[in-house]
Design a protein around this ligand. Structure first.
Ligand code: PLP
Length: 389
């Protein structure tokens, strides 16, 4: 019989993509999707083009070219304070998404429980579902997105196989503190499970917040899979270059499953990214954070002024705002109202929760200054309930 698999029958189009299509229809400004349209750093562009011209267009080793693996290992040592062997413990992947998917296949069995903080990034949860694992949610609460230690402890069962950490987080902008990470580390060691940490926004940090990699905490290196990538930092979402670093026992199998789906990450782009890691000075990363902080400030101030109270993000480039004042009985209706009346697309908050989020909207500020300014002008003209002072 011609029919979809049981898994495929249950899947639905992501709200982020749906809102982007709706936005296109009304020629709105898309603050729904995280597309960085800032400039790709020059050394990264140059080295990718040179690689194409010098015929570096074939398959690479399944875990990536040596210069990129070495550059990642150096960056892990200097920025993340994690020691890794570039020969055996780094797998270059098709975006951090390729790393996450391959790590989940390599480490998780059907029926395993995996702890996920909510609000969550949809791909984290949907990948778990696709692999017949069960997400177990621990809710974080605004405005600072704090989670209860008790709740986290109670979420652990004999079936718990891993916890997903995402800091700085999409969509909340939460940056986990050292104390919070130490508590998570203690639980994972006591109960013997993995940490899969998605650190794709590791350079997008505001107001003295620091990035701490779970793998750098005592006793954590062997049980932590650190995932990151260059889509956001170098504005190359379409290039698909990311990585997983972890103990060689796990890296080998992650590489195996990544090979099955992708064979390797795009070869010339691996060289482009390696040049970025080798040539860009620390000031590049500091400037990036400053540039995005100004974008955050503009958007959050506007949201505050029109009465959609934002939880000011500590990192990443998203903000969740309280849309209670907008008409609509759920977050989708509120997002559609905003799009129809202000011409600005956001994502309904319910896309990030297992049950909540009815009054929340997510806005992305990874936009050019002119697009963001125009979006803020449009939002300011909107009349929403009583404005905050
Ligand atoms: N992880 C998180 C938390 C994200 O928000 C995104 C993109 O929005 C990704 C991963 C995707 O990263 P990549 O382009 O490296 O696959």
């Amino acid at each position: 019989m011609l029919e979809l698999s049981r898994k495929a029958a249950g899947v639905a189009q992501s709200e982020i993509r749906i809102m982007s299509v709706e936005c296109e229809k009304v020629r709105g400004i898309n603050l729904a999707q995280g597309i960085c349209d800032t400039e790709v750093p020059k050394p990264v562009q140059r080295a990718a083009v040179e690689a194409i011209h010098s015929r570096q267009n074939s398959y690479t080793r399944l875990d990536g070219v040596a210069n990129l693996r070495c550059a990642i290992a150096r960056k892990m040592r200097e920025y993340n304070h994690v020691e890794v062997d570039p020969e055996r413990e780094v797998v270059v992947t098709a975006g951090s998404t390729g790393a996450y998917y391959s790590a989940c296949i390599a480490l998780l069995n059907p029926g395993d429980e995996v702890i996920v903080f909510e609000p969550y990034y949809g791909y984290h949860v949907n990948t778990l579902r696709a692999l017949d694992c069960t997400p177990v949610y621990v809710t974080m609460h605004p405005p600072e997105w704090i989670f209860s230690h008790e709740h986290l402890r109670n979420a652990i069962t004999p079936k718990t196989r891993a916890i997903i950490v995402n800091s700085p987080a999409n969509p909340s902008g939460k940056v986990l503190t050292r104390e919070e990470l130490e508590f998570i580390a203690q639980l994972t060691i006591e109960n013997d499970f993995f940490v899969i940490t998605d650190e794709i926004y590791e350079y997008f940090l505001y107001d003295q917040n620091l990035h701490i990699s779970p793998a750098s905490l005592p006793g954590m290196a062997e049980r932590t899979i650190t995932i990151s990538g260059f889509s956001k930092t170098y504005s190359i979402t379409g290039w698909r270059i990311g990585y997983a670093v972890c103990d060689a026992r796990w890296a080998q199998s992650i590489g195996y499953f990544h090979d099955l789906a992708y064979i390797c990450a795009p070869s010339p782009f691996q060289h482009g990214v390696a040049a970025g890691l080798e040539e860009l000075e620390p000031a590049f990363y500091r400037d990036l954070a400053m540039e995005y902080r100004a974008k955050r400030d503009l958007l959050c101030t506007t949201l505050e002024q029109i009465g959609l109270a934002p939880s000011w993000p500590q990192g990443s480039y998203y903000v969740l705002a309280d849309a209670s004042a907008l008409p609509g009985s759920n977050s989708k209706e509120k997002a559609m109202h905003l799009l129809a009346n202000a011409g600005v697309a956001s994502v309904p908050g319910e896309a990030f929760f297992s049950g909540g989020g009815r009054n929340l909207l997510r806005f992305c500020f990874a936009k050019t200054d002119s697009d963001l300014q125009e979006a803020c002008r449009r939002l300011s003209r909107l009349s929403v309930g009583a404005p905050a002072c």
